[in-house]
Design a protein around this ligand. Structure first.
Ligand code: FES
Length: 144
């Protein structure tokens, strides 16, 4: 049911915990399954210098948040903005259809942390980051 990569990131999640001096922190959840994901970023000169997460959730949520942090670590803010749940799923060699929303949680947690970063800089995040789904269930309701 789960790929080896999903199992690996679930059993040995990368970048777990909090980043000291994080300048972008975002939390999203899914009211339906009750899972919560918190993402921490330390951004310097438009580069994600440090990233970590804390996930209270299912195995797929842990694996996707772990992979998402690996995919944006050391990359530019622009790269992080372009991270999609599809790319995270592909990097994990796929997820079962009922677990797709878990990867959306990871995508939205990164966006929430980036929004917080811009807000702290005194910049309106909406035109740059777009709307953040704090409850990913809203996404399910769109039929995606
Ligand atoms: Fe909800 Fe995985 S079951 S995040």
């Amino acid at each position: 049911m789960y790929s080896e990569k999903v199992m690996d990131h679930f059993m040995h999640p990368r970048n777990v915990g909090e980043v000291e001096n994080a300048n972008g922190i975002g939390t999203v959840g899914n009211a339906t399954c009750g899972d919560i994901m918190k993402m921490y970023l330390r951004i310097e000169n438009d580069v994600i210098e440090e990233v970590s997460f804390k996930t209270f959730g299912c195995g797929a949520a842990i694996a996707t948040s772990s992979m998402a942090t690996e995919m944006i670590k050391g990359r530019t803010v622009k790269d992080a903005l372009n991270l999609t749940n599809k790319a995270v799923m592909e990097a994990l060699d796929g997820l079962p259809p009922v677990k797709v929303h878990c990867s959306v949680l990871a995508e939205q947690a990164v966006k929430a942390a980036l929004s917080d970063y811009y807000t702290k800089q005194g910049i309106d995040p909406l035109p740059i980051v777009g709307p953040v789904m704090n409850d990913v269930h809203e996404h399910d309701n769109l039929g995606e």
